[in-house]
Structure formats: C-alpha cells, structure tokens
Write a protein that binds this ligand. Sequence first.
Ligand code: F6P
Length: 353
Amino acid sequence: MKQNIGILTGGGDCPGLNPAIKAATKKALESGFNVIGIREGWQGLMDKSLAPLDLNLDNVRHIDRAGGTILGTSRTNPFKVNNGSDIICETLDRLRVHALVAIGGEDTLGVAHKLYEQRKVNVVAIPKTIDRDLSYTDYSLGFESALQVITDSVDSLRSTAESHARIFVVEVMGRHAGHLALRGGISSAASVILIPEYAFDINRVCEILLARKDRGLRYSIVMVAEGAMPQGLDMTIISQETDSFGHVRLGGIGHFLASAIEDRTKLESRAVILSHLQRGGKPVAYDRRLGFYFGTAAIEAIIAQNFGSMVAIKNGHIHCAPLSEAIKELRLVNIEQCYDVIDYRAKNRVLIS
Ligand code: F6P
C-alpha cells in the first residue's frame, strides 16, 4: 500500500505557497506516495470536520499562478490547546500520514519542530514569510512578491504625491524585522527608510524632508516598517489582544508619523498602510521558481528520511538545515552587513540611531 504524505500551510498566507504545494505534490506522486492536503494549517489536524483534500495532478495543475494557498491557513498553536499534540498525532495515525510537509514561518515551524522533537512526527518544513525573518535560509517564500507590491504601490503614489506636493508615509509589514521596509524602500527609492532594528529620531526625519523641499523637490516618500519606533517610544500596536502564538497586532506608526511630520514641518502629509495587500496578488517569478525548488526538495528530504529539517537556499544552493537552526533566532537587519551601507549612511536614507 502506498504511503501518504500530508502537506499543510500555516500562519499568514503569501504568494509562493501554491507553487510549493504543486511541486511537492508532483514529486511525491512521481516517487510513489499519495498526497493529502491538510486544511487550515494545524487546525486541519485538530478538527475532524475539516476533511483533508486528496491532491493529484489535475487539482494542482494550475495553482502555481495563484497567490494564497488552496489549502487554507490559520494561526493555530496546538501546544496551546489541551492535549493538542495528542490530537495531532491521532489524526496523523488515522490518516496514515507517513510524513508531513509543513510550509510556514517562525510559528508554524516552531510547532513542526516540537512535534518532531517531542512526538517523533516525520516532518520536513518549507520556509515562507514575507517578513524574511527566518534564520539559516537566505530566502523565504513570499518576500519578493511582497516587495513587488510595495514597489508598484509607491510608483502609483508618486503622481498624486507630486501633484499635491505632499509627504507620503508608507507603512509596510515585517513585524520585528525591517527586511521588507529596507528592501522595499530601496526598490522604490524612498527618501527615508525606518526599520524596527534602529529607533529613529523624528526631528532628523523632518530635517531630511525639509532639506528636500529646500532643494525644490515637491514631495517625499517615507517608508516605515510597522514595527519601527521613534526613539524613546514603544512600538505602536493596533490591538493588545494576542494570537495563539502571543503576538500583538502591530501597526499605527504610519498615521502617527504622518501627523508628527505635518505638525513639525507644516508639510502636508498622508499615511498609506499597505497592510495585507502585500500578501496578495500572484507570485512573482522568483516565488514560483523557489516554490518549485523548495517543494521538490522537501519530498527529496522525506525520501532521504531527513526529518526534523527545513529546506533552505544558501549562497544559491538548495539544501536542508535542521529545523532547530532555522527557528533558533529571528533574523533581523544588520545595516553594517548590507550592500552599499556607505551610501545609505551618506544620504541618511536608512536612519540608524
Ligand atoms: O508574519 C507575516 C505578517 O504578514 C506580518 O508581517 C504581519 O504583522 C502579520 O503577518 C499580520 O498578520 P495577520 O494576517 O494575522 O493580520
């Protein structure tokens, strides 16, 4: 009898998940496995009403062009539920799942690691997160697609910013990591980039904007990460309520900053919160390609019985890392290790305290 491989997607969705699901399904079928899609992340292994989906060549054929995940996702932490890991193991037994491909970020992979360590579940992970904050891998699915949304959005803002001679503060996601704001800011040539790793000085932001105005520039774009903080203040949060992994909802810095800039400079300022648009749309070419590589590599890892691992790309090579390494610490921005740091500093575009 053929063995079953389960695939699930957990945490925030992003473009790139479907290409990974398709590639893993194709490789698994070619290698003689059955493939079942677990719905709604870890929730699908805890809630009997969520019947799994049989994955076959017909129902994955066209999915690589679409964003999101055909399996659905949720922010479910089984270790926060009474007997949660027992329920997961019972379901895996009932569904005769030999090995599980868990596609997710820090939280989903943390659960995968615990299930492997504590319950000996045969798990292989695929990294995805637009935040790009997982260690060990140089890339996590979704990041480039999100950057494209940011870049296209700023392109669209420029004409109205210029017509009205306004400052636009563009707030982007990333939680505690500034990769999206930094690279999104560089890709879209923002005048000022503010990231959580370096608390910023509002007065300095205003000086830069006024200097631009004095040079005859009619408008400016300020890119700010949702987790960025002005010196001496806390991160701004939308809600104190935490999800099952203990995260509060960040956000609000965009509006705060736009009004602080307007107060201090008297330049008309507006905030644009890109929010979940950054996780929407279809995957850019890189996310499709990496999705294919990661999906295929995950099944190769299962065949090699390399469980408790995460597929990764490092220096251009696809390989596997122990999950423990991948989730050990959040990967944050260190400006000193970035390309062209002298240019950033000289222009004071990325404000470093
Ligand atoms: O972790 C990815 C992420 O997109 C963060 O950048 C953001 O803070 C968070 O998810 C938003 O989560 P939700 O979709 O639950 O609002």
